[in-house]
Write a protein that binds this ligand. Structure first.
Ligand code: X2X
Length: 340
């Protein structure tokens, strides 16, 4: 009888314990958050803000440290997603471009001229397409939480203004990530050279490459005019969203309360990051454009008619990649853009 009572007590104690939220003692002292760009860029600022909000909202139970420069994978940003799956990285704010070698659907955003304006980006990330892509990511050992933004990628170079595809002839343009970028620049007559962001700046400084393509927020914060980039063309051919994710294994080790806190922190940090990424280059706000021009950079804004020549030249690449991205997803995206 005594034994039975003892077993009963032990069993109920175990039940009570298992119902308690995971204790901070079970948590790691530090979780590693990867980004490509540091806090002087909207991207890194977003990562840091997320870490800060996580600390605040979990009462310090979850301590996240940001590692910019994709330093956890030796600067090779195309290996970031694999490192997340393997446990070298716990959280990330990553670009769709850098993860596209492992998640082919993410090439969607790099289909040339799919998204004509910011409303089009929002129509995709905030709609069914965004949810579909999160569902794909959820099958690959990560928990996607929110969409951020790197931005519309504008082309720059050290040699001349670009108005027509022919102006790209012979220009060596640094590109990153997916072969889709190599094919797009090639289709326009340029010479694409694939390399990491870390290698790109020295390559520009030494004229190993003539140009690159990145959002204006990146151009400005990285001071690309100081590495010879004196000509920028606003063509908005592609935009790369950012995705806030946590590795599935790490996520599962957290209590439901803490998971909620981390999700809400991601949503808030991402919203703030998108606003920052668009500051000075969208709506009526052209402060950043003016600052770039004031540094002696010639800024060319393509008219819709001028854009069409680039769109036409890259159409075969678009069509080829529809199959790789998945035709139903592209059709859904095109419909969402059309009715934005
Ligand atoms: O390497 C780039 O061009 C950057 C910083 O924009 C990305 O990581 C996609």
């Amino acid at each position: 009888m005594k034994n039975l009572i003892r077993i009963g007590l032990l069993a109920s104690a175990a039940l009570v314990l298992s119902a308690l939220p995971a204790r901070a003692a079970d948590y790691r002292a530090e979780y590693r958050l990867s980004t490509v760009l540091p806090e002087s860029f909207p991207w890194g600022a977003g990562g840091l803000r997320w870490a800060e909000l996580i600390k605040e909202r979990t009462g310090g139970r979850i301590n996240v440290k940001m590692y910019p420069g994709t330093s956890l994978v030796g600067g090779d940003q195309t290996k970031e997603f694999t490192a997340l799956r393997q446990g070298t990285i716990d959280l990330a704010v990553g670009s769709t471009i850098n993860w596209s070698p492992q998640v082919r659907e993410l090439n969607l955003f790099a289909l040339p001229f799919l998204m004509p304006d910011y409303k089009a980006i929002d129509a995709l990330t905030k709609g069914e397409v965004g949810r579909d892509l999160f569902a794909v990511l959820a099958t690959k050992d990560v928990v996607p939480l929110a969409w951020g933004e790197n931005g519309f990628r504008e082309i720059s170079n050290s040699k001349r203004d670009i108005h027509v595809p022919d102006d790209l002839k012979g220009l060596k343009i640094r590109v990153v990530g997916s072969p889709l970028f190599v094919e797009t620049i090639s289709a326009l007559g340029g010479n694409p050279v694939q390399m990491s962001w870390a290698d790109a700046q020295p390559a520009m400084a030494t004229n190993a490459v003539d140009g690159q393509e990145n959002p204006l927020s990146v151009f400005a914060a990285a001071k690309l005019h100081t590495v010879g980039q004196k000509h920028v063309t606003l063509w908005g051919y592609v935009a790369d969203p950012l995705i806030f994710v946590v590795s599935r294994q790490v996520w599962d080790s957290w209590s439901p309360e803490d998971q909620r806190a981390v999700r809400e922190a991601a949503e808030q940090a991402a919203a703030e990051e998108v606003a920052l990424a668009r500051k000075g280059i969208s709506g009526n706000d052209d402060e950043m454009l003016k600052a770039i021009a004031a540094n002696g950079v010639s800024v060319v804004r393509l008219t819709e008619a001028e854009k069409q020549a680039f769109q036409k030249a890259t159409r075969p690449v678009f069509d080829k990649w529809v199959k790789l991205v998945g035709a139903p997803l592209v059709t859904k995206a095109e419909a969402a853009v059309a009715k934005r």
